[in-house]
Structures are given as C-alpha cells and as structure tokens.
Write a protein that binds this ligand. Structure first.
Ligand code: PLP
Length: 389
C-alpha cells in the first residue's frame, strides 16, 4: 500500500479528476470505492456519517472531486440539476428579489415562475449579455443574480467577472449555472462568482445514464445552507448515482476536449454551407461575444446552434433524417444529440417569451458527441441534401 495516496496539491485537472476524492482506505485495497448502499450509519463512526439523506461516503467522494475541479472549497451534490437549483432558490425568503438572465434553462424558468413566485420571491429578467442592463442590479438590489453562460439554447456569453463585480457592490450573491460550459472549460468562482451550479447529468457524468446536480462555493455560509437544503428538503442523490458520476467525471477532460473540437468543426462547416441561415458557437469568430468567450472559457464547448430558416415541420423533418444524432433533450453525453428547443427544452416557456428571447421555430440545437467528426458531418450533410432534393 502507498505510504500516502494523497495527490500533490498542484496536480492538474486531468489528474485531480482521477485522484481527488478517492482517498478512502480500508483493509481490502480495492482500487475503486464500493457503493455504500446503506440508509444509516452506526453512531460514533469516525467519518461522522449518520443517515444517507445528509451524507454518505459516495457523496463525500464525489463532492471532494467536484470541488477540486471547480477550484472551490466546497461542493454539495443533489439528486439532479433541478434539485441543486431548488436548494439555492429555497435558501431565499419571501420579499427577496432574483435578477435573472432572460435566456435560462427552461426548467429553471418554470421553477422560478410556477413555484418560487408563490412563496413571495420576486424574479426579474434581463438580457445580461448587454452591459447596459447592469444598472438593474443597482436598482433592484437583488439577493441573487442568476446567470448561465453560455446560455441555453442561444449560447449567449455573459461577462461573469464584470457582472460579479457589479453585483458585489450591492451585496448580491452571483450564481452561475456552469452546466453548458463544464468545469473543464470555465471556472465561475475564479472569475468572481459566488456559486457555481452544475447539472452533473451533462458533462460531469457524460454518459447519459444518471441524473445529478452540484453547488460549489468558497463560502462557509453558503455551504452550510446547501448541506441544510440537502437534508431538510430531501434533495440528496442515491449513493449509486453518486458513484456512477464519480466514475464518469474521471474522463471529463478527454471527453470535453473532443466534444468541443467536434462542435467547433461542425459549426465552421455549417457556417460555410449555403443552406444554413445562422450558426452559433462561442468560439466562432462570428459569435457576438467571441472575444469574451475566449477570455473566460478555455474552449467553446460541445453545443452549437443552427438556424436552417425552415418552418417547424421542415425543421422536424430534417431532424428525423439524421442517423447519428438522436433527437432527445439533454446534452453532454458521449453520443450526439439534437433537439428542437421550441417544442422540447423550452416548451414550458410561453411562446411570446420564447420568441422574445430568440428561441424561434427554425432553431436546432446540437450536442456534439465524441464520435468521429467526419461521420457526424457526413450525417448532417446527407440530411441537408435530402432537404434540397
Ligand atoms: C439539464 C440542465 C439543468 C437541470 O439538470 P437536471 O439534471 O436535468 O435536473 C439545469 N441547467 C442547465 C443549463 C441544464 O442544461
């Protein structure tokens, strides 16, 4: 047995993803931790565990890994990304205000509008890609500023550092939903945000076989609130799911590099294709916040957006002609997916609101998988050709 299995503190992302959070030791020498399928723990155990709703060795392992990858002191994991959002949202009280980016994940919007509002929290929305709107932070003095960058599905890039500076002047907490970017490509806390939230369902786990969420921070106070929310609201994951995500996260760097490279290459080719009206990817020079994206992300991520300028029916017919892209919600898994935001991820957002933020009927969102890019491109090309025939 090694004298000390603790990885050196200056290890890089790829190494930490594999070695941090694995430091349990017992008499068996098992290289991979077991799944602790136990609801309760004997009182007085040295790990301080009591009941799985408020902690489990598999939670601790994954929390340690995720905190390290996000450059955070703390991480708390939840049953899903929406559970993580619930944990943050229900740390507020009646009378509090949230200022949110207008183009957010559909289920975040639904939770704000259909649940949180009923508890007396006010939610205001603004296009925070426009610095002209930062003044709203001074006017509203929100408890929380809710950001997503890149946003879903429009891939707008928000200036996390500038918004955080502004928000901190009025004492607001800045939350960044970092799901689309991934921990590899963007570290919100290093940019000045207070909380980085992940749907670990996506790039962290990366294999489309488990749901999970996490909230990372450097604040002891927020960490205490998250642990409280995990047990008081019953938002904990299962030990099995936590174990699965610990397995997935070890290959995050390899996967996300390929996702990103594939997405950028497909975006370039689509942009050069005469049948395509508009293509969005943060690392395309045509992206409106391209310079900012290059500053705050180390690569552009695996998501791209295309507008084929087609009606809703013709757009859906194009999706059905694809053979390697499965039409499904979600993203960040090894297999390529495609989605029609207007009828899928953003169906819960009223049509007027949807159109106002730019989620139109001809938009197609691709989650580039890690297949060979030439195969993915050939598939898109044949589906486009059939349209022209
Ligand atoms: C998927 C997703 C969520 C919700 O995560 P679940 O794990 O599906 O509950 C939140 N935010 C973003 C940006 C997402 O893509």
């Amino acid at each position: 047995m090694r004298d000390d299995p603790t990885p050196p503190a200056d290890c890089r992302f790829e190494t930490r993803a594999i070695h941090v959070g694995q430091d349990y030791r017992d008499e068996t020498g098992a290289v991979i931790p077991p799944i602790y399928l136990t609801s309760t723990f004997e009182t007085g155990n040295p790990g301080g565990f009591d009941y799985t709703r408020s902690g489990n060795p598999n939670f601790r392992n994954l929390q340690t890994t995720l905190a390290s990858l996000e450059g955070a002191r703390h991480a708390t994991i939840f049953a899903s990304g929406v559970s993580a959002i619930t944990a943050v949202a229900f740390s507020l009280k009646a009378g509090d205000v949230i200022l949110s980016e207008a183009n957010i994940y559909g289920c975040t919007f639904r939770l704000f509008e259909q649940v949180l509002k009923r508890f007396g929290v006010t939610i205001k929305y603004a296009n925070l890609a426009n610095p002209g709107n930062y003044g709203l932070i001074d006017d509203l003095k929100p408890a929380l500023v809710w950001l997503e960058s890149p946003t879903n599905p429009l891939l707008k890039v928000l200036d996390i550092a500038a918004i955080s500076q502004h928000a901190h002047k009025v004492g607001a907490t800045v939350v960044v939903d970092n799901t689309f970017a991934s921990s590899l490509l963007q570290r919100p806390l290093e940019l000045g945000a207070d909380l980085s939230l992940l749907s670990t369902t996506k790039y962290s786990n990366g294999h489309s076989d488990v749901l999970g969420g996490a909230v990372c921070s450097n604040s002891d106070e927020w960490q205490a609130r998250m642990i409280f929310a995990q047990k008081a609201l019953g938002l904990q994951p299962s030990p099995f799911d936590a174990w699965m995500t610990s397995r997935g996260v070890k290959t995050e760097a390899l996967r996300v590099e390929r996702h990103s490279a594939n997405a950028l290459e497909l975006a370039r080719r689509l942009e050069a294709h005469p049948g395509v009206k508009r293509v969005v990817h943060p690392f395309l020079p045509s992206h409106p916040q391209h310079a900012l994206a290059r500053r705050q992300m180390s690569a552009g991520g695996g998501m791209l957006l295309a507008d084929f300028g087609l009606s809703q029916e013709a757009t859906l017919a194009f999706l059905r002609r694809l053979r390697l892209f499965t039409q499904a919600e979600s993203l960040g898994g090894i297999e390529s997916l495609v989605c029609h935001p207007a009828t899928m991820t953003h169906a819960s957002v009223p049509k007027e609101t949807r159109q106002a933020v730019g989620v139109t009927d001809g938009l197609v969102r691709f989650s580039a998988g890690i297949e060979h890019v030439e195969d993915l491109w050939a598939d898109i090309e044949q589906a486009l050709k059939a349209r022209e025939a």
